[in-house]
Design a protein around this ligand. Structure first.
Ligand code: UFG
Length: 340
């Protein structure tokens, strides 16, 4: 299969590119490199030995993307990773989030129609489940969602899911798959590709890595008074290599129509447990202090991944210990990310 990856130089995109090429597929990348680096494409090529054509363009630039797709015809499928993803920024700049995230999804569907591409896999997020009650956990694909979500970022993910649902309903030959990611962590075992956040990171594992490398003084634990065993938030941390394998499985098994899958481990892990695992993996003390809850955070979010196990023959196999060790390997080898 020849697969176009929008946002293919990003954290999840780059790992998925490697997984697809390792499985014998061909990969093309469209990325505007606004939150990623062209160096990631060179690293994908180094790991796999493949040549990866990459177009530096916004995924909303239909004419440029269509010309690229035609140049590399036939393209069999698209994985649409491109988009803005910072929750706080989406609250400050909602219109920009709707414009970029909705606009790029619509543009890609139009390019697919023009070029006769019949399969799309979309990067959604567990954030579409909002703030689930204990009775909803672990989350299945039929757990409540809505567009009544806490921030525009989450709403764009949910709205794009609906756009794909409607597009597939109107066009019976289309194969549209939504993947709801839980919390991606870890890095490729080579240490050549990994997460490279712009500026000061918000997410827990990149913060831990920045503390361990000495670039940040310590980590704040955002609340230890949640109704959980140790009082800190529970999440489902999934190794990015497992996540990449989930994309491969969903592409290879995509059926006509619309389908949604959770990609998670099913195992809730607390903030304190993740900090301890990263301390052990890095050998650094990682000072941690309890701070107030972060606005918008939920108590617990973890998957029931059985639908993906059943229908995609996919399951997450890697542990958080392995994710911490491999994230740390990437961070140590690349203290300044791809800019190093
Ligand atoms: N946390 C801290 N300190 C930090 C950072 C995070 O204690 O410095 C805690 C959070 O309170 C939360 C947990 O670590 O309990 C995980 O937080 P992350 O920011 O790593 O991840 P989130 O679960 O908040 O967010 C992630 C993605 C979002 C997505 C969301 C869906 O980053 O894009 O999952 O739930 F919307």
């Amino acid at each position: 299969m020849r697969v176009l990856l929008t946002g293919g130089a990003g954290y999840i995109g780059a790992h998925t590119a490697v997984a697809l090429i390792d499985a014998g597929h061909e990969v093309l990348i469209v990325d505007d490199f606004s939150a990623s680096s062209a160096e990631a494409v060179r690293r994908i090529e180094r790991i796999t030995g493949a040549t990866v054509p990459a177009l530096a363009a916004d995924a909303r630039d239909e004419a440029a993307v269509l010309a690229f797709v035609r140049e590399h015809a036939p393209v069999d499928a698209v994985i649409h990773f491109a988009g803005l993803k910072a929750v706080g920024e989406s609250m400050a700049q909602p219109v920009r989030y709707y414009e970029v995230n909705i606009g790029s999804a619509v543009a890609i569907l139009r390019v697919m129609a023009e070029a006769g591409i019949r399969t799309i896999v979309f990067s959604s997020s567990a954030t579409v489940y909002g703030d689930p009650g204990p009775e909803d956990l672990p989350l299945t694909e039929t757990s409540p969602t809505g567009i009544d979500l806490a921030n525009p970022y989450a709403k764009t993910k949910r709205m794009i899911e609906e756009i794909l649902h409607d597009a597939a309903a109107a066009d019976p030959g289309l194969r549209a798959v939504t993947l709801r990611y839980f919390n991606p962590v870890g890095a490729h075992p080579s240490g050549l590709i990994g997460e490279d956040p712009v500026g000061i990171p918000n997410n827990l594992m990149p913060v831990l890595a920045r503390v361990a490398i000495g670039a940040l003084p310590g980590v704040s634990i955002y609340g230890d008074d949640y109704d959980t065993p140790d009082g800190t938030g529970l999440r489902d941390y999934i190794h990015v290599t497992d996540l990449a394998a989930g994309h491969l499985a969903s592409l290879e098994r995509a059926r006509e129509g619309y389908a949604v899958f959770n990609l998670g481990t099913g195992k809730p892990v607390s903030v304190i447990q993740l900090i301890e695992a990263f301390r052990a993996a890095s050998g650094h003390p990682i000072p941690a202090t309890v701070a107030p809850r972060r606005a918008g955070d939920v108590t617990a979010l973890y998957a029931n991944p059985s639908k993906a196990e059943r229908e995609l023959d996919w399951t997450a196999t890697r542990t958080i210990e392995q994710a911490c060790a491999e994230y740390w390997h990437w961070q140590e080898r690349n203290p300044d990310g791809y800019r190093g």
